[in-house]
Design a binder for this molecule. Sequence first.
Ligand code: FAD
Length: 534
Amino acid sequence: MGEPKTTKCLVVGAGPVGALAALYAARRGWDVEIYELRGDLRDASTTPLNFTKSINLALAERGVNAMRHSGSSDLLDRVVSESIPMYGRMIHGADSSGALTEESQQYDVHGRFNRAVDRANLNKLMLDKVDLLPNVKLHFNHKLVGADLRKRKAWFERKASPPQTADGAQAHQDQTDERSQEVEVDFDLMLGCDGAHSNVRYHLMKFVRMNYEQTYIDTLWCEFTIPPGSSASSKTPTAKDGFATSADHLHIWPADDGMFIAIPSVDKSFTCTLFAPSAIFATLEQDPAAVTDFFRTNFPGAADLIGHAELREQFEQNPHLPLISIKCSPHHYGSSGVILGDAAHAMVPFYGQGMNAGLEDVRVLFQHLDAHPATPAGRTAALDSYSTERVPDAHTINDLALANYWEMHSGVRSPLTLIRKRVEEFLNDKLPSTGFATQYARVSFSNQRYSEVVETVAKQGRILLGGLIGTVVLPLDAAILVLSGNGARQLDGATCAWFTPGDEVNGYYAALVVKDGSKDEAKVRYPLVTKTTC
Ligand code: FAD
């Protein structure tokens, strides 16, 4: 049976994922209605200041690719033109004499990069595109309060706009001014893009036997800002072009208990985030004067970039927020509802993939819809196959994001992690036929399914573990040593163990051992042992 009429698609939530989903749905010729809890974030007069103030995000290939296929010709061009390429991590610290250090770690052997984007700006650019489409209607200040996925009806609480004063300015909206009204809307398909605390997911659960798991990690985050170089009280040696430190990097101040990161913005400031255990936040909340000392001890140089008075002020004024990780399965019900983005898989931000994965959801969902007939039965099959494909991928990136917390605050300082990266990158660069690539490159610079990334990386580990590189391609490992600049010395026969086997760090185990080959050339072996557990 064909669709009786044009499919009516409700998109709940006009964040980045909802806005992109609306573009995809409109391109299919559907009648699209977007319902968003808050006011239009493009309208500064109706949007609370703390909402327009935005976090900076790392936009990676998956997010870019999803926009590339949105059918909106210049969306990606606009987003790219208002972004800053970040080619690697800059690790900040201090040496034994207390002198500040900066160490650049390139993300990728081929020079591929992530883009720093302003989340609110990205969202605005998408909404501007949505606004141009005749088959999309935007409803702001509408909160989803109920949904019957069987009867295909949804209920929204509409908040009245604040009354205007005579000169057109908004009057202060207090509790008594706030009138709301319930609106009932029919739909064929509801796309739940309403974030981590999704109401669509809550209502979906009443209709489908959904497995659901929610975890808060014992880490809070708080936002800070490093002003442009001209107004910063200090600069680092890599500062240039009006930035207080290098704009080509995502900056990390790793510490044993937490980390501080900074991402460049087009206005030459940096949006920064402190991640630390809740107990540390509690201690600093009781004694905010200690914030500067805490930064001085744990994140050398960062307080000087922000300014000491500003550091304390920002710690006190900006919210201290939790980090939630959500897994659920399935993501859909019949032909009438599916959840996307954080609604389906909110994750901790340590792989910089939350939004990227959400945008990828949209591309993958519409790929499944395109592969099935445009009928309710076809849509049921499409949502079913989408959930079957996407749930394991969502669970995988959720786990990788959690594991990457260690990588960001300890792994970036671990020689074992760095040597493993170097070897995998070498193989990828000089011997592409081996198909080797780092997990980071596969996650951030490819569109390979997350679950396949993990399988492939584990396979790489097994190959290395089995010594195949050393035995099957013996000349290759000699070449590794030569080309990495150490070969001549080792091939001379000097005994040299770069790392001791058995050095295990948080599930990663990497050892590159060079044995004395001077006595018997035939026995020269450079076993390369890598074990991954994630
Ligand atoms: P949201 O952005 O949460 O949007 C949901 C929308 O739904 C909102 O507009 C909300 O108002 C609306 N809504 C909610 N409830 C209702 C309702 N009942 N009715 C109607 N509307 C409703 N991701 C990356 O890819 N890269 C990064 O570098 C990165 N860094 C991050 C750093 C931090 C500190 C954090 C916290 C997150 C980071 N993320 C990052 C994750 C990213 O912010 C989210 O994954 C992304 O914003 C999810 O988009 P979304 O559209 O699914 O949800």
